[in-house]
Design a protein around this ligand. Structure first.
Ligand code: TRP
Length: 334
């Protein structure tokens, strides 16, 4: 009997040891991923991986640190990327909301729409949303109301087209390439159509729903158009090398909405500085962390547009960019 008891006790002890060992190792695995009580918890949700969105995120995090909110110290940043998948976006935002994070930072329009659909309480700071009103994120730019505000990378299709006509004056038919599900692209495409109508140009469209369709869509436009125009579209941006390969072969210029799309092979844009936009997003986040209501902070738009050019692309399609435009450019990618 005594022996039986001692075996039972030993077994129990062993079981306890095992349970506590497993318990230990599981907290250890999560240690780097779970916030401490006194840390400010910020969830960053990014729709997809492309250079521009990465620039925004990195610039946001470093400006936040500059203002005294340092990741891993007084702040816990949980960064999640949705790989351009709507279901992932929803799951990520739900998790942020269920975990009771102090703030959600949503990079690009689809992320912001998912975040807004998930919580009416947690402050949401969106970043680089081209058309925040048209995308249903806020009621007005001046007074957003509710728990949402942020930064916009609104651009002017007219300015880009004026630049396009200075570089390639003979273009008559413009091929519009974009994801029809991205509300950030729609408003720019509408402006493009308005500009075309006023200036005797024709717009033809090729829309995609994901990046695997981009090659085919570009090829169809390259057949019919004198130039391709893509707005600040996340789907096209993540397949930009393919776009430029197809367009270069057909020797037609690609005018785009963002500097990173020029860096990735587009010919030119007149666009905003995304490092600054990331910093402005962080400045808004700090205002909220220090007590202001998101709904009272106007959406920040960037006024200064700069010219970005790609010299390698110009050479590949046999175009000489006029000297005065080269001199005006903020950056020339080789
Ligand atoms: N403006 C885009 C949106 O509203 C996001 C974005 C920022 C973007 N920088 C970009 C898209 C560069 C394409 C290329 O969703």
């Amino acid at each position: 009997m005594r022996r039986f008891v001692s075996i039972t006790v030993s077994l129990l002890l062993l079981a306890l040891l095992l349970v506590s060992a497993v318990g230990c190792s599981s907290t250890e695995n999560n240690a780097s991923k779970s916030p401490a009580e006194d840390q400010i918890k910020i969830g960053i949700v990014q729709i997809v991986e492309h250079p521009s969105l990465n620039t925004i995120r990195e610039s946001f995090v470093s400006q936040l640190a500059e203002k005294g909110y340092r990741d891993g110290e007084n702040v816990f940043i949980d960064y999640q990327n949705a790989q351009n998948d709507q279901t992932n976006l929803k799951t990520i935002c739900q998790k942020f909301s269920n975990n009771g994070y102090d703030m959600i930072v949503a990079i690009a329009t689809p992320s912001a729409q998912a975040a807004v659909g998930e919580t009416k309480e947690i402050p949401i700071v969106f970043s680089a949303c081209t058309d925040p009103v048209g995308s249903g994120l806020v009621d007005s730019l001046e007074k957003p109301g509710g728990n949402v505000t942020g930064t916009s990378d609104a651009i002017s299709a007219e300015q880009i087209m004026e630049l396009a006509l200075r570089i390639t004056p003979d273009i008559k038919t413009i091929g519009a390439l974009y994801n029809s599900g991205e509300t950030n692209s729609i408003s720019v495409i509408n402006d493009l159509k308005e500009f075309a109508a006023k200036n005797g140009l024709t717009v033809i469209e090729a829309t995609v729903t994901n990046s695997s369709e981009v090659q085919q869509a570009t090829a169809s436009l390259a057949d019919k158009a004198d130039a391709i125009f893509s707005p600040i579209d996340n789907t096209v941006a993540s397949a930009m090398p393919v776009v430029s390969q197809v367009a270069n072969q057909a020797k037609i210029p690609v005018y785009v909405g963002a500097d990173s799309m020029v860096k990735d092979g587009g010919l030119a844009t007149c666009g905003i500085n995304y490092v600054e936009l990331g910093q402005e997003t962080a400045n808004i986040a700090v205002q909220i962390l220090e007590g202001q209501k998101p709904g009272d902070i106007p959406v920040k738009t960037m006024r200064d547009m700069e010219i970005y050019l790609n010299k390698t692309t110009a050479e590949a399609i046999g175009i000489t960019i006029p000297e005065d435009i080269l001199n005006e450019a903020a950056q020339i990618f080789e």
